[in-house]
Design a protein around this ligand. Structure first.
Ligand SMILES: Nc1nc2c(ncn2[C@@H]2O[C@H](COP(=O)(O)OP(=O)(O)OP(=O)(O)O)[C@@H](O)[C@H]2O)c(=O)[nH]1
Ligand SMILES: [Mg+2]
Ligand SMILES: [Zn+2]
Length: 344
């Protein structure tokens, strides 16, 4: 599948915007250099990016061991041009100033979660995370395919995922069977599954136990209740939540930027914007295969080394499918995702 095509006028406009942006960035860069050279900014200190707003990030002061210093106010910071794009969760070195700070360096990330933007480009959402909370709900209806994508992403990053079924208060006779079947399927693959409701607070305690001392990012479709869950766990977060659209029972993209909050039980929670579409997801084919945990024992056992696991004789994956060791649903999901990978 190719990226969205632009007409000549659009390409020209984009080029012009990019040129203007580059010019502004160069001017800013010269200004920061001058501020740093003249000593107008304070000493270098360690910081944590807690939110990202366009060309600026919100930074919190950390002590030498990387612990937050809540008594210090957060500061909006500009970034030096050579740093690439910074995201929520990044640890940085920054210098404080009167009206703004400047980020001068970024520490290497130990993990980063990416997702496609509406143009099919992968964008990093959050860095230095060690738990991925895949949030689903009876409404908007869950897509196994999207859950599998997030599970593959978690497996590739070697980060432990949990599937959180929120809005358990909305389970009724019309959806119970399907949701229970889903729970069974994912649990039998070894994944953790938790039913929670921000209305009744069912499952709240188990969720706290699961998240304590980790840095967790909440991901999933718009409207499943990611921000509501963070508000339940941390009432002072005061995140905006948005009702589902009346007719289609879909989310309305309320959260627009990833934001990090400290968990009083130790660790951090990161809210993220619901995903808009999931047609494209850049991924290596081998990573995709290995991201389906139950495929792993069979990989490398096909008769042909370049087996595509379609109709080849001696295909170990197909044999496992026939044996019932791999489910048709997951195989279908794998093939669906495979078809959306960019060629080449
Ligand atoms: N019945 C019920 N409704 C809930 C629950 N949790 C959240 N909601 C509602 O679901 C809607 C969406 O909640 P949000 O927290 O904004 O969802 P989100 O996942 O953050 O959505 P985006 O920011 O758009 O990605 C709101 O109307 C919430 O009140 C729950 O446990 N039960
Ligand atoms: Mg939200
Ligand atoms: Zn095969």
């Amino acid at each position: 599948m190719s990226k969205r095509k632009l007409n000549r006028r659009q390409s020209w406009r984009i080029q012009k915007i990019q040129e203007e942006r580059a010019e502004r960035a160069a001017k800013k860069e010269a200004q920061f250099q001058q501020e740093l050279d003249s000593g107008a900014l304070g000493q270098e200190q360690l910081g944590l990016v807690i939110a990202h707003f366009g060309t600026q990030v919100e930074v919190e002061t950390l002590d030498h061991e990387g612990n937050a210093l809540p008594e210090h106010p957060t500061q909006r910071c500009h970034m030096r041009a050579n740093l690439g794009s910074l995201v929520t969760g990044d640890q940085v070195v920054w210098c404080d100033g009167d009206s703004h700070g400047v980020i001068v360096a970024v520490n290497p990330r130990n993990s980063e979660l990416s997702r496609p933007d509406p143009y099919g480009d992968m964008k990093t959402v959050a860095a230095n995370i060690d738990r991925i909370v895949i949030v689903i709900a009876p409404y908007p209806e869950p897509h196994r395919n999207l859950m599998d994508r997030y599970l593959v992403a978690a497996e590739t990053l070697n980060i432990q995922p949990i599937i959180l079924l929120n809005k358990s208060d909305r389970i009724d006779d019309s959806n119970r069977e399907e949701l229970q079947a889903m729970e069974q399927d994912y649990k039998s693959l070894g994944y953790e599954w938790l039913n929670v409701s921000t209305v009744t607070e069912a499952g709240c305690k188990q969720l706290i136990d699961y998240l304590s001392h980790y840095t967790s990012v909440f991901v999933g479709q718009s409207g499943v209740g990611k921000s509501s869950l963070i508000n339940m766990l941390l009432p002072e977060a005061g995140l905006k939540v948005g009702a589902l659209s009346e007719v289609r029972q879909k989310g309305t993209h309320t959260t627009t930027t990833a934001q990090l909050f400290h968990f009083p039980h130790g660790g951090h929670l990161i809210d993220s914007p619901g995903i808009r579409e999931f047609g494209l997801w850049h991924m290596d084919k081998q990573d995709l295969l290995e991201g389906f945990v139950e495929f792993r024992p069979f990989l490398g056992h096909c008769k042909f080394r370049d087996c595509a696991h379609e109709r080849e004789p001696g295909c170990a994956i197909r044999a496992a499918l026939e044996q019932g060791d791999i489910s048709h649903t997951r195989m279908g999901s794998y093939q669906y995702i495979l078809n959306t990978l960019e060629e080449g």
